[in-house]
Design a protein around this ligand. Structure first.
Ligand SMILES: Nc1ncnc2c1ncn2[C@@H]1O[C@H](COP(=O)(O)OP(=O)(O)OP(=O)(O)O)[C@@H](O)[C@H]1O
Ligand SMILES: [Mg+2]
Length: 310
């Protein structure tokens, strides 16, 4: 039992009336990893996390946490879990420290030293004595993560922890998740619609759309080990011509990322060949590079759509 995986979902399905929010979802989260649960709005992320936490009942399928079935052995399953689902609710007129103390008391008491420790971990130690109603959204979100960490869970479930955060707040949450991972005692399952962000912190990801799992794997599995995307910059006036030239010459479909900026999957040709073709046709190449595919590109390839997620 002790060696059971932190989180296993098997055939998880949720229907709301005639709408299927989550369809036959199975995944396993391994110990000590950061697992990204990715998908656009309405994909079924929150619904899945609610089922994982036993907050709603699956229409079918099951969830096991460290080997314990969430419905049949709820207490044993949930004992080692910390969670943040949607915006955390705090008492606005109490300080950060007092809020954590209160929640700690409600769950049976947590030593002050642990409260200080989690406030330190989320970077709120200096704000511990301030009232929560004066907190920014990012600070509240981090306090929510502190609360989820309070009882030193072995599994942390976070639903869109960067929701509503500015780039600075997003960076802070990213660094926090890295710190938690590097500490090595907590496994993290984190949902997000921010592909580029998740690419930076996750070991493994699942990509969900319309309640179905599109793809699951390690980042290396999904993105490949090699840098195989040629990035090309030309002037905006030349981009369409460059695109059709490259299509013609290499038989591959270049993607216009934004005006003047093209990307092309490398084949037998590389950046030097691309440069040769464009310059040969009188198109000045202003930038040229080679990099690994991004999760965004994988998403576009899988769905055939431009994602509304970045
Ligand atoms: N209580 C409910 N009753 C009816 N339909 C629901 C309910 N909860 C969720 N849904 C539907 O289930 C689908 C998935 O919703 P869910 O909130 O899980 O998506 P999400 O991936 O978390 O999206 P977001 O990125 O917007 O948070 C949506 O179509 C939603 O309308
Ligand atoms: Mg959601």
């Amino acid at each position: 039992m002790e060696t059971a995986a932190p989180l296993v979902a098997s055939g998880l399905t949720k229907r709301f009336g005639s709408r299927t929010a989550v369809q036959d979802l199975s995944l396993t989260v391994e110990e000590g990893k950061v697992y990204g649960f990715l998908g656009p709005n309405g994909a079924g992320k929150t619904t899945t996390i609610r089922m994982m936490l036993g907050l709603i009942r699956p229409s079918s399928g099951s969830v096991r946490i460290f080997g314990h079935d969430v419905r049949r052995e709820f207490k044993a399953a949930i004992r080692q879990v910390g969670a943040l689902v949607e915006g955390p609710a705090f008492y606005p007129f109490l300080t950060a420290h007092a809020n954590l103390k209160l929640f700690g008391v409600l769950s049976g008491g947590v030593p002050t030293s642990r409260i200080d420790e989690v406030l330190e971990l989320v970077g709120l130690r200096a704000r511990a004595g301030q009232r929560v109603d004066g907190f920014s959204q990012g600070m509240r979100q981090r306090l929510g993560i502190a609360l989820a960490l309070l009882e030193a869970p072995r599994l942390l479930l976070l639903d869109e922890p960067t929701n509503g955060l500015d780039p600075q707040g997003t960076r802070e949450v990213r660094e926090l998740l890295r710190r938690i991972r590097d500490e090595g005692r907590t496994t993290v399952f984190v949902s997000s619609h921010l592909l580029a962000e998740m690419e930076r912190i996750c070991d493994r990801v699942a990509v969900l759309t319309q309640g179905r799992m599109l793809r699951e794997g390690s980042l290396d599995d999904l993105l490949g080990h090699e840098a195989d995307v040629v990035e090309i910059e030309v002037s905006a006036a030349d981009d369409e011509r460059a695109r059709s030239l490259l299509r013609e010459r290499f038989g591959a479909e270049p993607r216009l990322v934004r005006r003047g900026h093209l990307e092309l999957r490398k084949g037998r040709f590389g950046p030097a060949d691309v440069n040769g073709v464009l310059v040969g046709e009188g198109i000045a190449v202003e930038g040229l590079g080679l990099r690994r595919r991004t999760l965004e590109q994988v998403f576009v390839e899988l769905t055939g759509e431009t994602s509304d997620i970045q």
